[in-house]
Design a protein around this ligand. Structure first.
Ligand SMILES: Nc1nc2c(c(=O)[nH]1)N[C@H]1C(S)=C(S)[C@@H](COP(=O)(O)O)O[C@H]1N2
Ligand SMILES: [Mo]
Length: 423
């Protein structure tokens, strides 16, 4: 393998018309000869000389053993225990907009319960005409819907209010995932029990050791909340709420109650147990905001990033990233390579769906000079992702939640990428 600083390689790069594309082919031949590996052309590789395992060897498939770095990771100092903790989606290893189920970040307050779906029930009671208890089989008989939505913990990015500190996109932005969720609309179930006129709120409760409960306005329940049993086409993974969870499109992750066992209909929000009720935003004047449900527009460049440096020297690269908004569809993503002085619009990959990850791309011809890479998302409600300065003017430095400001990666001349905040 030639080093990125090898002058002959650099010459080749600058002279090739479409840069990287030609380069990849050229470098491949060079590497084969340098490595002297029997598996490389023109030899027949080892794995072509014997039969591989047959169709019963792996009844539930796994990723290739060579992809063992594509995993969720946690930050040990972040929480006191592993049961009430969080891990992060490896955004830098993913393409497209769907997060594979086994890579979806997990956030739980009392560990993952081991629930037998035969013994699981959903009770709906309170201000209703007919309180009912549903089995999983009952729920699956109702008309179903499938929707692709992101789900983001409002603490995503929250470690960086005071300054950049996470050395990778997995940790700076990995509290988000995007899946196709299938289930029955909550409005369908509420019609079945008959909601009384005075009702204004619902309480959702999980069947975990934390018995996590959240209050949600009835209007949202009637609009688009889904009581889900499937994630990316199969039953929900235990970590993400098996066998039943709420999916509350575009709203804070914490109201998306997992292991859903109970919905109570009432006329006002409930007071929650201390350890599950911290989802408030401390403001500069010492007051706190509560019920800031919508996850505002956000975006981040996932390549390059600290985990994906520009390691081939000067030449062609594709800037890739994701944008999302709890208000609706992503309308536009602008990219700056000079810290926000000049902006160019990225290409959005369709379909662009409401409250869903949207993939964006922009070609980059890198001349080897330092870059300050930024992405700025705007959604179809007119909301534009703010700068960190603008966000701090309103929210100060003491918040944890809803830090959706424009993110900056500094690309150094050696191609390494650092997490920085610039004024
Ligand atoms: N029952 C229950 N539901 C829960 C939680 C929990 O601890 N218990 N955590 C919430 C929080 S804070 C978030 S961000 C999301 C995370 O969903 P995920 O684990 O599928 O990523 O689940 C929410 N639902
Ligand atoms: Mo969360």
């Amino acid at each position: 393998m030639t080093s990125p600083n090898d002058p002959s390689r650099r010459r080749f790069l600058t002279s090739s018309a479409i840069g990287g594309l030609t380069l990849v082919a050229g470098a491949g031949v060079g590497e084969a000869m340098a490595a002297g590996d029997d598996n490389l052309p023109p030899n027949v590789p080892e794995w072509m000389k014997t039969l591989g395992p047959g169709v019963t060897a792996n009844p539930y498939g796994n990723p290739s053993a060579y992809e063992k770095n594509t995993i969720r990771r946690n930050v040990p100092w972040l929480t006191a225990t592993e049961e009430s903790s969080i891990n992060f989606t490896p955004l830098h290893e993913l393409d497209g907009i769907i997060t594979p189920s086994g890579l979806c970040f997990e956030r739980h307050h009392g560990g993952v319960p081991d629930i037998d779906p035969e013994q699981h029930r959903l009770m709906i009671h309170g201000l209703v005409d007919r309180p009912l208890i549903f089995t999983m089989a009952d729920l699956m008989r109702f008309p179903s819907v499938s929707r692709i939505h992101f789900l983001e913990c409002p603490a995503n990015g929250g470690m960086e209010w005071k300054g950049a500190q996470m050395a990778g996109v997995q940790f700076s932005h990995g509290m988000v995932h995007c899946c196709e969720w299938t289930g029955v609309k909550l409005s369908t179930l509420l019609a079945e029990v008959g909601v009384k006129k005075s009702a204004k709120w619902i309480l959702a409760e999980g069947a975990d050791a934390a018995a996590m409960t959240r209050s949600i306005p009835l209007a949202k329940a009637m609009d688009d909340i889904i009581v889900c049993y499937s994630q990316n086409g199969e039953r929900i993974r235990p970590e993400n709420g098996y066998p039943l969870r709420l999916l509350v499109p575009g709203w804070e992750g914490n109201v998306n109650i997992k292991w859903l066992r109970r919905i109570k209909v009432g006329d006002q929000p409930w007071h929650h147990r201390e350890e599950t009720s911290k989802y408030t935003d401390l403001m500069p004047d010492g007051k706190a905001r509560q019920f800031t449900f919508v996850q505002e527009a956000n975006s981040v460049i996932t390549s390059p990033c600290p985990e994906k440096p520009l390691k081939h020297g000067k030449g062609f690269y594709e800037i890739r990233g994701i944008a999302w908004s709890g208000y609706g569809r992503i309308k536009k993503v602008d990219i700056s390579t000079d810290g926000g002085m000049n902006w160019r619009s990225a290409e959005l990959q369709g379909p662009v769906l409401s409250r869903c990850l949207t993939r964006f791309r922009l070609p980059l011809q890198w001349d080897g000079r330092p870059l300050l890479l930024q992405s700025r998302a705007a959604d179809d409600s007119g909301y534009v992702q703010p700068s960190i300065e603008a966000l701090r003017k309103v929210r100060g430095f003491n918040s944890i939640y809803h830090k959706n400001s424009i993110h900056t990666w500094r690309v150094r001349p050696d191609g390494e990428v650092e997490n920085v905040q610039i004024a």
